[in-house]
Design a protein around this ligand. Structure first.
Ligand code: GDP
Length: 445
């Protein structure tokens, strides 16, 4: 997501690098380039205009700073303005004082509503809620089955009309689900409603009828980010037709430009609450404007990375990794192997690395990283004796040959790994002694 915009902005900023002071002309040129980048990313024109005006105004008024050079100052301004346009604060579900909290989903067919219902249910259940999924999309023949399958995968209960028994009235299904939830102690009800391929009056009316029947605590408008500028048009139509409290953006994984995300909040006044980034149940999270802005500027999304690690690893493992990194003892090949195996557990290496600062420009290489390379490295370390792992300096020519044979690799692979390890060890030592120059600042500057 946001690759196009991210690449363009990186280019804009790199031309500022090395400037001692920004002239009026520098500011104008930069503003013009950012404007083009945003328009190419499909951001709506009124949003672009306002954004550029603010950046220019702030860049002109920026104080001379000892800590930041002019390029960094512009990045800081753009970063803050991006956070603002993405909605500022992270917004989460407002729970009702008396359960159940009722969440209603609305949006076009194919927006990803049903999938999102399943993801949201799992996300809520992971936080010790007891959600109930309600199939009030009776328009699409297999929507009910789809929700039941998702419910099973997410391990969440589904409320659906019995086949042949009063099928056909989604308003009634929605209404009765609330009583059912109350009687059976479900604390959140998620209502999936019908969508159409295009906006039509009947669909809006049905959604409005369901809304009136259940008085939702939150109405979420679900919209496919890949439809670009149309997302904004649809968002405005639903705002008038049904009204909603927040937006859930889906298919952000497929949207290289990001226009919808950057326009919707500004044009509808409604915050983006959730972001969906894939077809799996786990590809879903709260939308954090600050983290998203950092990602767009290729400053990395280290917080999400850490959270993901915490979800994946046992606490002990995380604590152990932290203590290895903090201890005075030298980092050994044993630690190296352990950490590599941990990273492997986190999932596809490419997705992971893209969240690290400064990695945006290496995207192509990252996508080509061979996961088997990791296995090869692990095999080499495993072919070493404990003594060799603790003290790789003793690995001489004959040991290299033995290790290469044992791991089914070449001697040059073993030498390469040992050299890389020494570099990592050295870097870590420097880090412990007070940090590398420029860290944790803005990458590339
Ligand atoms: P609904 O008609 O609004 O209920 O839409 P569905 O939930 O049936 O989703 C439509 C299609 O989009 C399905 O094939 C989903 O697997 C896919 N989909 C949903 N969310 C995402 C997402 O975040 N990323 C990607 N790549 N596909 C998604």
């Amino acid at each position: 997501m946001f690759e196009t915009l991210s690449d363009r902005l990186t280019t804009v900023f790199s031309s500022l690098r090395g400037k001692g002071r920004l002239s009026e002309e520098d500011i104008n040129t930069t503003a013009r380039e950012i404007r083009v980048a945003l328009l190419e990313a499909d951001v709506a024109l009124p949003v672009v205009r306002e954004f550029i005006a603010r950046v220019k105004e702030r860049a002109r008024g920026a104080e001379v700073s000892k800590a930041l050079n002019p390029a960094q100052q512009v990045i800081k301004i753009v970063h803050e303005e991006l956070i603002e346009v993405l909605g500022g604060e992270t917004r989460t579900i407002r729970f009702a004082k008396t359960p159940p909290t009722v969440i209603m989903l609305a949006g076009l067919q194919g927006a990803g509503k049903t999938t999102l219902a399943g993801k949201l249910a799992k996300w809520l259940a992971d936080q010790r809620n007891t959600p109930l999924l309600v199939a009030a999309d009776l328009q699409r023949p297999n929507a009910v089955t789809q929700l039941q399958v998702l419910g099973e995968r997410a391990n969440v209960a589904v409320y659906a009309p019995e086949p042949g028994n009063g099928v056909g009235d989604p308003v009634e299904v929605a209404r009765s689900s609330i009583d059912y939830a109350r009687r059976n102690n479900y604390n959140v009800v998620i209502i999936d409603t019908a969508g159409r391929l295009g906006i039509d009056e009947e669909m809006m009316q049905q959604a409005a009828d369901i809304r009136d029947a259940v008085s939702p605590d939150e109405i979420l408008f679900v919209v496919d980010a890949m439809i670009g500028q149309d997302a904004v048009t649809t968002a405005q139509a639903f705002l008038e037709g049904v009204g909603y409290d927040a937006v859930a953006l889906t298919k952000l994984d497929g949207d290289a430009r990001g226009g919808a995300a950057l326009s919707i909040r500004h044009l509808t006044g409604r915050p983006i609450m959730f972001a969906s980034t894939g077809e799996k149940l786990e590809d879903f999270d709260l939308f954090h404007p600050d983290r998203m802005a950092s990602r767009i500027l290729d400053m990395g999304d280290v917080l999400t990375l850490i959270e993901q690690a915490q979800r994946t690893f046992e606490e002990e493992e995380v604590a152990k990794m932290a203590s290895t990194l903090a201890s005075d003892e030298d980092f050994t090949l044993e630690d190296f192997l352990e950490q590599m195996m941990m990273i492997r557990k986190l999932g596809p290496i490419g997705k992971l690395l893209q969240m690290m600062p400064g990695m945006g420009q290496m995207r192509e290489q990252i996508e080509n990283i061979d996961e088997r390379e990791l296995d090869r490295v692990a095999a080499i370390i495993r072919s070493m004796t404990p003594e060799e792992r603790a003290n790789p300096k003793i690995i001489n020519g004959s040991r290299r040959l033995r290790i290469a044979k044992g791991s089914g690799t070449q001697v040059s692979d073993v030498s390469g790994l040992v050299t890389r390890f020494f570099e990592a060890q050295k870097m870590l030592r420097q880090l412990k002694q007070g940090g590398l120059p420029g860290m944790p600042g803005m990458p590339g500057f």
